[in-house]
Write a new protein. Structure first.
Lengths: 123, 187
């Protein structure tokens, strides 16, 4: 028996969360959603996940902060974290990489490419 | 030679008009700035943060979605991205999303052969604002005539006038740039 890959998406925009939820659930993923980095940390304290997809620009705790906090502990040190962002600057990309991100996706995302990336990094 | 306008003492400085072209999103907190655009089927979203005295406007016309995305009447993936660009520009300049007020204009069905496109863009913009929980102060959407919108971003004042269709830009959807294909880079 195979279980669905569990994905947590972190984005402050309800519209973007709806698009992500649609793109991933229709492909069989088990999707949970958080509205910013703090909400994601709270959720991750109590739940298990296979892949995290996070935005960068968010209130309270942004994507960089979320990645740094997750990499600090041992539990999420190897968790695949994909950044999905409107940012296109090389500096921001380098910062995400240095913080420990697994991959970088620039919006507007293509549902098929996103799904392929999640499948590739999930383990 | 340049023309110099003599203003009576105490009168406010003349506006500095900035035209927002299709596909653009501009943000300003300059009290003299006036963001202007002419819309046919296109839609303009004006956002204003009354505490930050900051406003922004975009101007877009979404095309039908590519085959790989879900089959709504417009490309919601690209549309949501264009909206997010404006919201993020506002937030980067000190606006708070919870304080944002919105105005929506345009979405006329000026061309009888493309009846659906203005309405579909207006519907997308309205549902985006609703989903995001942004207060919609005023909207003038749909109908059959072109509009001219003048928006003072620092004060939030908006004037929308119906104008002759010939002033509106031709109906040409805002296309995704070739690079905007959602490519994934794994580190």
């Amino acid at each position: 028996m195979t279980t669905a890959t569990r994905v947590l998406t972190v984005d402050d925009s309800p519209s973007m969360r709806a698009l992500l939820n649609h793109a991933l659930t229709t492909q069989g993923f088990d999707v949970s959603q958080a509205e910013d980095g703090m909400a994601a940390l709270d959720w991750l304290a109590l739940n298990e996940v296979d892949v995290v997809i996070t935005d960068i620009n968010m209130p309270r705790l942004d994507g960089f902060g979320l990645i740094e906090r997750l990499r600090e502990g041992s539990r999420h040190r190897d968790r695949p974290i994909l950044v999905l962002t409107t940012e296109s600057s090389e500096d921001k990309k380098a910062r995400a990489r240095a913080a420990g991100a697994t991959g970088w996706i620039v919006k507007p995302f293509d549902p098929a490419k996103l799904v392929a990336a999640v499948r590739r990094v999930a383990h | 030679m340049f023309e110099q306008r003599i203003l009576p003492p105490g009168s406010p400085p003349p506006p500095e008009r900035i035209t927002v072209m299709q596909g653009q999103a501009l943000v300003s907190g300059d009290a003299r700035a006036e963001l202007s655009t002419v819309l046919g089927s296109c839609v303009a979203l004006c956002l204003f943060d009354p505490e930050a005295h900051l406003g922004g406007m975009n101007h877009f016309l979404l095309a039908e979605p590519p085959a790989s995305t879900r089959g709504g009447p417009v490309d919601e993936y690209y549309g949501t991205y264009l909206m997010e660009l404006l919201v993020n520009q506002m937030m980067a300049r000190g606006a708070r999303k919870s304080r944002l007020k919105a105005h929506l204009y345009g979405g006329a069905n000026v061309n009888r052969n493309m009846m659906r496109i203005g309405s579909a863009n207006a519907d997308f913009a309205r549902s985006f604002i609703q989903r995001e929980g942004i207060e919609l102060l005023r909207s003038d959407l749909g109908g059959t005539s072109a509009r001219r919108v003048d928006f003072r971003p620092a004060s939030g004042q908006v004037r929308c006038r119906h104008v002759e269709d010939r002033f509106a830009p031709p109906v040409q959807p805002t296309m995704r740039p070739e690079k905007a294909t959602g490519d994934v880079e794994l580190f």
